[in-house]
Design a protein around this ligand. Structure first.
Ligand SMILES: Cc1cc2nc3c(=O)[nH]c(=O)nc-3n(C[C@H](O)[C@H](O)[C@H](O)COP(=O)(O)O)c2cc1C
Length: 244
C-alpha cells in the first residue's frame, strides 16, 4: 500500500523498458513512435503535423520538457508551478504518433488497433481518456468536414487530412496513427481534503504529506510512447507482416 502500490508511477518503469526494446525492433522496419505533451491545464502545444518524422520525435525526446513549441512549454511549466504553489495539481494531455506502419494492421471487431491500444493505455495510472485522431472534436462536425479525402501521392494511397488518426474500422490506413491520452490532475495534493473514516463511518479530513507531483502528464509522455510501441509491435508479430 505504501507509495501507491499498483497505482504508483514507479510501475510505469517496466512499461518503458518494454517500449524501449519495442521501439528499436520497430525502427528496423522503418516504424517510429513519438510523443509530446499536448496540453497542461489550459496551456496547449501545437498538434503533430500531418506527417511527423523520426527526426521530429528525436528532437522532442532530447528536450528537457517534451513539447513542439517551447513558448507553449513555458506556459505549461508556469501552470504546473502555479498548481504546486497552491498545494494543488493540474492535469494534461499527451499526443502520441506512429509512422511507417503498413495499411491493413488490426481487426474490425474486438482486436482492432484502437481496442488494443486503448486497453493498454488505460493500464497507465492516471490515464482517464484516450482519443484517436480528432475523436472528441468530430462530434461537432459534419461528415463532409470530418471524412479524410483519399488521394494518390507518389503512387501511394494517402488521405489529405488525418482526422481518423490513421485507423478506420479498427484497421490501419497507412497514414500516421495519432492518439491522445488524458492524464488527470494528481490526486495526492497538499491541501486538506474531505474524506471518510471507514472504522468510524464518519466524515473526516485528510492531509497527505510527503513528495507529490503537481502534474503527472509531462512525466507520463515516455510511458504513453512506450505502451503504444509495445502494442503496435505485438499486433505486427501476430499478423502476417513479415519477420522482425
Ligand atoms: C508517472 C506517474 C506519476 C504519478 N504520481 C502520482 C503522485 O505523485 N500522486 C498520486 O496520488 N498519484 C500518482 N500517480 C497515480 C495516479 O494519479 C492515480 O492516482 C491512480 O492510478 C488512480 O487511478 P486512475 O488510473 O483511475 O486515475 C502517478 C502516475 C504516473 C503514471
Amino acid at each position: 500500500m505504501r507509495g501507491g502500490g499498483h497505482f504508483s508511477g514507479r510501475l510505469t518503469a517496466p512499461l518503458c523498458v518494454a517500449g524501449g526494446i519495442a521501439k528499436q525492433i520497430l525502427a528496423r522496419r522503418g516504424i517510429y513512435v513519438g510523443a509530446h505533451l499536448d496540453s497542461v491545464g489550459t496551456a496547449a502545444d501545437e498538434h503533430f503535423p500531418l506527417y511527423p518524422t523520426a527526426e521530429l520525435f528525436e528532437e522532442i525526446a532530447a528536450k528537457p520538457f517534451p513539447v513542439l513549441d517551447d513558448v507553449s512549454g513555458a506556459r505549461m511549466q508556469d501552470a504546473i508551478l502555479a498548481a504546486k504553489n497552491a498545494q494543488d495539481s493540474v492535469g494534461g494531455v499527451i499526443e502520441c504518433a506512429a509512422v511507417g506502419l503498413p495499411a491493413g494492421l488490426g481487426d474490425p471487431m474486438f482486436d482492432g488497433v484502437e481496442n488494443r491500444l486503448a486497453a493498454a493505455l488505460f493500464g497507465i495510472p492516471a490515464v482517464k481518456g484516450v482519443e484517436f485522431g480528432d475523436a472528441f472534436c468530430e462530434a461537432a462536425l459534419r461528415g463532409s468536414q470530418n471524412n479524410d479525402p483519399f488521394v494518390i501521392e507518389d503512387g501511394r494511397v494517402r488521405t489529405k487530412t488525418n482526422n481518423a488518426g490513421g485507423i478506420l474500422g479498427g484497421i490501419t490506413t497507412g497514414m500516421p496513427i495519432v492518439l491522445r491520452a488524458d492524464v488527470k490532475p494528481t490526486p495526492s495534493i497538499g491541501r486538506p481534503q474531505e474524506t471518510v473514516s471507514i472504522s468510524k463511518l464518519e466524515s473526516t479530513e485528510l492531509t497527505i504529506h510527503g513528495r507529490h507531483d503537481p502534474c503527472i502528464a509531462h512525466r507520463a509522455v515516455p510511458v504513453v510512447e512506450a505502451v503504444t510501441a509495445t502494442v503496435l509491435l505485438d499486433l505486427l508479430l501476430e499478423g502476417d507482416h513479415g519477420t522482425f
